[in-house]
Design a protein around this ligand. Structure first.
Ligand code: ADP
Length: 777
């Protein structure tokens, strides 16, 4: 069957046609032959029966008259039938009466006479019995046996004829099928050839030839339609390919141009990067210079206003001076903020991590701001989780700066309700040696419109429409705070509802837990009031006369003689002549700067032992490092404060401690003692001391608790005013220092100075008692 499937259609068609026609013919011939034989046998039986009937009728007389000879004679008529092999007549009793042929014994035994007329075929013979009746009475029976050889011959002949016909028909079918199959197979072969030609030549314009409207014709139509479609697509593709090539060429050209532009841009970017780096350097340089240039005059402004404050008494002049001072203070804050921001942006803000107790910071904030908060009628809520470790590695100064700013803002923008400071640690890292901290400052103030969330963290940006007069500010606080928190590896975010309040949240990640305990910082502020220098010569080198003047003024009441010099060169010359005990020298100077001068001084045998203290306005860390590396023995930062100057000088000059608690110093000198109290003042002293111990002491307690810069400054002012009023230098100095430290946000010195208030009263009491005693003597 498989092999039949694999042969060609042409062969299949021929085989099918031949086989079908041959088989049909065969079946037809067999049927025809069968019918012929059946008909022949039927006819034969009828013929023999008629013959038997005639012979029987003819022999009825012979039977009646028992004349077998006539009967045999009648039977001999069967001679005309060559295939009659035997016949006989029985009498009515069934005995054989006459036979044909005569010699009966030569034949097989005569079959017994049946009851009725009948015939049957058996053993290639026809056996026929026929009753002989006379007036409807059975008088005998005739039997004829007929040989069927004739039928065999007939079948043989018919078979030969059928075979011949089949053979001829087979040949004819073969010829015809060969001719007819072409009608079907040829168009199919044609189609196959067309397909092959197309697939080999890829020529879709070729079409198959249609030869008729039959199914193959329909197939060819479909095939040709398919070819048309393929050709259309092929053409479109070719068109596209053409376009594509053009497009690729265009794109390549475009890419090349872009590549060139990019290369240019790249080299421009590289150049820009170099320029940017140079610009950045220039910016840092500029900032260093600016810081220097601004701090230098600030040095004079703040220092001299302080000194002036103790000299003038006129109220309006004092007001002017106050304005100068507060403006100076604001300017210094602004400069510090700008410097901070620039440092952060230049990536030069270095953090100093040390073990810090966060609970101290939180308490400090509460203390510092409490007066301000209660002053506004607000409530301060501290919600500190107790699982925060007591010693964490933090940059205390910077964290405090951020918290001060946020709490300060919260107070500034809140009129009623509360300010809440909360601190939490993340639960997840209990096992670790670091914690995640979340510090939040919540207020019930004016709130922030969400559209300003991004803005307010940008430098110099505030909420639109905010009253400058009412709230003031520069818009730098949050910018600095956000960046500082980011440098600490955290985030600063805000949530707020206008009119309801805001929450600023500091999230610090992985804050290390310190192994050592954080100790509360106690500033060892140099108590300059309590020391007096011995006789000494000091050279002050600065190209700006006011700066020299300030130092001279600071040391006015000491035994230190001052030698002045304008620049490094002059300093060297004068040092050779005067051999001072100490030199305080500016760095940036014309003719010869501080670096060059120190080189010379430290190389010169006569001079190298003289300690030289650098005086600089630069806040840059690198400058400080450079100064230290250059051989300077000390370092003072402008604006120079009295206690710093005394502290630095005390490292090199001899001094003695003044008497404390009634004990006199070895030298018996005391600055307080130097204050000669006029008789008029002496009479007022009990009242002054009473005020200092009473009213002012109460304020002092409040201020100390609040720790707010403005409050401290105001307290300083009150004390200083009292000092001015009664020309009490110690009070003037105490007040002036408080104002200065609060103004420059120097918390450490400020709180140390504030702490010394009770001591100041004791000293004044001592002074009063001594002078009373002295007066009596
Ligand atoms: P400044 O306070 O000097 O204006 P900041 O950078 O600290 O600068 O704040 C920027 C602005 O963000 C403020 O001017 C104010 O508009 C808004 N802001 C900050 N904190 C609050 C707050 N707690 N409530 C409402 N607005 C605030």
């Amino acid at each position: 069957m498989r092999s039949f499937r694999n042969i060609s259609i042409k062969q299949k068609l021929i085989i099918v046609i031949i086989f079908t026609s041959w088989f049909t013919l065969l079946v037809a011939s067999i049927a025809f032959m069968a019918k012929d034989i059946i008909t022949f046998r039927h006819t034969l039986a009828n013929d023999i029966s008629s013959l038997a009937q005639v012979i029987g009728m003819n022999s009825s007389g012979a039977l009646v008259f028992n004349d077998p000879k006539t009967a045999e004679k009648n039977l001999s008529a069967l001679q005309t039938k060559p295939y009659v092999s035997f016949a006989c007549i029985y009498d009515k009793d069934g005995n054989v009466f006459a036979t044909f042929p005569h010699q009966i014994e030569d034949y097989a035994p005569v079959p017994p006479m049946p009851q009725k007329t009948r015939h049957y075929f058996e053993n290639k013979h026809l056996f026929l019995f026929h009753e002989i009746l006379l007036e409807e009475e059975l008088i005998g029976t005739i039997f004829i046996q007929y040989d069927l050889e004739e039928i065999r011959l007939r079948v043989k002949q018919s078979g030969a004829i059928v075979a011949a016909i089949i053979a001829v028909a087979f040949l004819l079918a073969a010829v015809l099928s060969f001719l007819l199959q072409r009608l079907i197979s040829e168009p199919i072969l044609n189609l196959a050839q067309t397909t092959r030609a197309i697939s080999q030549g890829k020529d879709y314009s070729i079409r198959a030839k249609k030869q008729g409207q039959d199914e193959i014709g329909t197939l060819i139509d479909g095939f040709n339609e398919m070819l048309t479609e393929i050709q259309r697509r092929d053409d479109e593709l070719k068109l596209h390919r053409g376009h594509l090539e053009e497009e690729v060429a265009a794109r390549t050209a475009e890419l090349r141009t872009q590549q060139k532009i990019l290369q240019k841009a790249l080299s421009r970017a590289e150049q820009l990067a170099v320029e940017a780096e140079a610009a950045n350097r220039a910016k840092s340089e500029f900032l260093a210079n600016m810081s220097h240039e601004i701090r230098t005059p600030m040095n004079a402004i703040i220092g001299f206003t302080d000194l002036l404050d103790s000299l003038i008494t006129d109220k309006s002049q004092k007001n002017y001076l106050e304005s100068i001072k507060s403006s100076g203070k604001n300017l210094l804050t602004l400069i510090n903020d700008i410097l901070d921001l620039s440092k952060i942006e230049a990536g030069k803000m270095d953090l100093h991590y040390e073990p810090v107790n966060p609970y101290f910071i939180f308490s400090e904030i509460e203390q510092i701001f409490s007066l301000n908060i209660s002053g506004k009628g607000l409530e301060f809520i501290k919600d500190i989780s107790h699982d925060i470790p007591e010693s964490l590695l933090l940059d205390e100064v910077r964290l405090r700066q951020v918290l001060f700013n946020l709490v300060g803002n919260a107070i500034k923008f809140t009129e009623k309700g509360y300010i809440k400071l909360s601190a939490r640690r993340a639960i997840k890292n209990y096992e670790k040696s670091a914690v995640d901290l979340t510090l939040a400052i919540e207020d019930t103030g004016i709130g922030i419109d969400p559209k300003f969330y991004g803005n307010i963290f940008e430098a110099f940006k505030q909420q639109d429409g905010q009253s400058t007069k009412r709230y003031g500010g520069t818009g730098l606080g949050l910018a600095i705070s956000k960046r500082l928190v980011e440098i600490m590896g955290g985030t600063l975010s805000v949530r707020s509802e206008p009119g309801k309040g805001s929450i600023f949240e500091i999230a610090l990640k992985d804050v290390s837990i310190s192994a050592t305990t954080a100790k509360p910082k106690k500033t060892k502020m140099f108590d300059h009031d309590n020391i007096s220098f011995g006789k000494a010569a000091m050279m002050v080198v600065d190209d700006i006369p006011v700066n020299r003047k300030l130092i001279i003024e600071y040391l006015k009441n000491t035994d230190i003689i001052i030698i002045e010099a304008d620049n490094g060169e002059q300093a060297i010359l004068r040092a050779q002549t005067h051999k001072p005990d100490i030199i305080v020298m500016d760095i940036k100077m014309p003719v010869m700067d501080g670096y060059e001068a120190i080189q010379y001084l430290k190389k010169h045998d006569d001079l190298k032992r003289i300690p030289v203290i650098a005086l600089t306005a630069s806040g840059m860390k690198k400058d400080k490092a450079k100064i230290q590396a250059s051989g300077f023995d000390g370092f003072l930062m402008k604006p120079v404060q009295l206690s710093d100057l005394f502290s630095e000088l005390s490292r090199f000059l001899k001094f003695s401690r003044k008497e404390r608690d009634g004990q006199k110093s070895a030298k018996g000198e005391d600055t307080l003692q130097q204050e000669r109290l006029s008789p008029e003042i002496l009479t007022r002293m009990p009242q002054i001391i009473g005020d200092l111990k009473g009213e002012y002491m109460e304020t002092w307690k409040l201020v100390r608790r609040s720790g707010l810069f403005d409050d401290i400054s105001n307290f300083g002012k009150q004390i200083k005013d009292t000092g001015d009023k009664y020309s009490l230098k110690s009070l003037q100095r105490f007040g002036a220092n408080l104002i200065l430290y609060a103004g420059s946000f120097d918390i450490e010195k400020m709180s140390a100075a504030l702490d010394s208030y009770p001591e100041l009263i004791v000293k004044l009491e001592l002074l009063y008692q001594e002078q009373i005693r002295g007066g009596r003597k």
